[in-house]
Design a binder for this molecule. Structure first.
Ligand code: ATP
Ligand code: MG
Length: 261
């Protein structure tokens, strides 16, 4: 199937900057502005994917039925992702209640995330290897939240491996050996790595090295907030021993194991 076009350049980054300057002195209002910008960031990806798919289809002179069905399947998937993001937003009004009951199996979440990133994987030609330990129990977070975090981490990894041969991204999930009440999900890539001087700033909102058109610098900030909201953590590892294939950058997501039977 044809590649999806890049999202057109938007004024999002400029808009975010304007919003930030406007709200900076306003205390709690600034918090809300930041939150709104984060949500825009998350909703933007599936929205552009849907638009791109429909546009590609409209531009074709001739289409086979199989191709139309393939497009339709991808559009449904991206719409479901939008729906899941909206559902996560709605849950914010009842966080404690839903968080206690949240439960997700990592394997199926990874299958879905891989499918949602199908276009980007094809475009970059990156190899994605996933490994989930067979004894890994469900974790205490909603599938939508884990999806959101993994998509942000994998999107960064796919940007990072553009110049690598072969571009390689690995994901592995297992129980934490020292404290089996937590699960660990790690995303590793064989890109150039991250300079020591940049490391302390990575999780700051609006910190990006990708330029205004390419990144808003919210992916990691949003993801860490989501991880902590679920009682977990998201961190960049200092070094990465023990990977079967080259891993230059590794992010570790830690989530509590579900206590629900
Ligand atoms: N896997 C990685 N390899 C190298 N650098 C990375 C990696 N992940 C993140 N970074 C660095 O951290 C910065 C912040 O990442 P973050 O995801 O928060 O924002 P972004 O990717 O720049 O923009 P956005 O995610 O909002 O589109 C990136 O601009 C990049 O410099
Ligand atoms: Mg990012």
């Amino acid at each position: 199937m044809t590649d999806i076009p890049e999202p057109p350049p938007t004024d999002l980054a400029a808009e975010v900057r304007r919003l930030r300057e406007l709200l900076a002195p306003a205390g709690r209002l600034a918090e809300f502005g930041r939150f709104a910008a984060q949500q825009i960031h998350e909703l933007r990806q599936p929205l552009f994917a849907i638009k791109g798919l429909a546009q590609l289809l409209l531009e074709k002179d001739h289409v086979e039925l199989e191709e139309v069905l393939d497009f339709a399947r991808h559009i449904v998937e991206q719409s479901e992702r939008l729906g899941a993001l909206v559902a996560t937003l709605r849950q914010l009004s009842v966080p404690a209640q839903t968080a206690a009951k949240a439960r997700a199996e990592i394997g199926p979440v990874l299958v879905r995330v891989t499918s949602l990133l199908d276009f980007r994987l094809r475009k970059t030609g990156a190899i994605l290897r996933t490994r989930v330990a067979p004894d890994l129990p469900p974790v205490a977070a909603t599938p939508a939240v884990i999806e959101q975090i993994l998509i942000n981490l994998l999107a960064n990894a796919l940007d990072a491996v553009k110049g690598s041969t072969p571009p390689l991204v690995q994901v592995r999930a297992r129980l934490q050996a020292e404290n089996p009440r937590f699960a660990i999900i790690e995303v590793a890539d064989n890109g150039l790595g991250i300079a020591k001087t940049l490391r302390p700033r990575l999780f700051e909102s609006f910190f990006t090295t990708k330029g205004d058109e390419q990144g808003t610098g919210l992916g990691l900030a949003v993801s860490r907030e989501l991880a902590r909201g679920a009682g977990g953590e998201l961190a960049l590892l200092d070094d990465a021993p023990g990977w079967p294939e080259p891993a230059n950058t590794v992010f570790r997501l830690t989530l509590p194991v579900s206590q629900e039977l």
